[in-house]
Design a binder for this molecule. Structure first.
Ligand code: F6R
Length: 241
């Protein structure tokens, strides 16, 4: 595992964007696994800036996202589809037909998880997977206690997550109760993994995930067993090491 210490959020975003763009330059038709949340927004902004300068070309790139809420239409501003278009896809020359997310409007979980698993396999796997990390060590929507053996699956959101997310919706009743997510097994099959973390609140979990025991209670701890992981975190997030 490589650990890069960044000064702050901007520096973290720039370092991670450098690694992603190196991947695109080395393999223009690569498959990138992407994440949503607050952590990667600075990376997407940086990639857009380099694209606008003419330094990056997304025309052959394929993307697969980690997760999506079940039951949210694409045009809902809380859907991950909406997020990805707003922060990256609509701002670069990526082919929209090569940007994949789980289909939140497919109510048949078995059908959708199988479709997404097969889709990732048909792309020949993920060349580089970008990950954020939750305060409890979750990656994607794989919460503590999830089996390491899972492929793409449908999860019931915990009451905590529903409570935490309700500020983005009109009421708690409007917060989706389920989500589709790549499983730990899917994530571990990525050839390279880049995990980003910033802020003091992430410091304890970064210590546990990368230097504690490998346990389903800390889903990100499995990354210790992957042979190509890069952790890029700011000084605050690394302050418990
Ligand atoms: C997002 C995702 C989540 C986030 C995690 C951290 O697609 O799968 O696991 O990466 O919740 O979120 P932020 O970046 O908002 O702290």
């Amino acid at each position: 595992m490589r650990i890069y210490k960044a000064k702050d959020y901007k520096d973290m975003s720039r370092k991670a964007a450098n690694i992603l763009s190196a991947q695109i330059i080395m393999k223009p038709d690569c498959t990138l696994g992407l994440a949503t949340g607050s952590s990667p927004i600075g990376i997407y902004d940086q990639l857009v800036e380099w694209y606008k300068k003419g330094d990056l070309d997304f025309s052959e790139v394929t993307t697969v996202n980690l997760d999506e809420y079940k039951g949210l239409p694409k045009d809902n501003d809380q859907s991950y589809y909406y997020f990805m278009h707003k922060h990256l896809f609509d701002r670069v020359n990526i082919n929209p037909n090569k940007t994949y997310l789980p289909n939140g409007m497919e109510m048949d979980s078995k059908k959708e998880t199988q479709r997404y698993t097969e889709l990732i396999q048909s792309l020949g796997g993920i060349d580089m997977q970008l990950l954020g990390i939750g305060h409890n060590g979750h990656i994607g929507f794989n919460e503590p206690g999830t089996s390491f053996e899972k492929d793409v699956h449908c999860v019931d959101l915990t009451q905590d997550t529903i409570e935490a997310n309700k500020r983005f919706f009109a009421s708690a009743d409007d917060v989706p109760k389920q989500a589709y997510t790549m499983g730990i097994k899917t994530i571990m099959h990525a050839k390279k993994i880049v995990l980003i973390a910033n802020g003091i609140k992430k410091a304890p979990i970064i210590q546990k995930a990368f230097f504690g025991p490998v346990t389903p209670q800390v889903p990100a701890s499995i990354l210790q067993l992957h042979n190509d992981v890069t952790l890029i975190a700011d000084e605050e997030a690394l302050s418990c090491l």
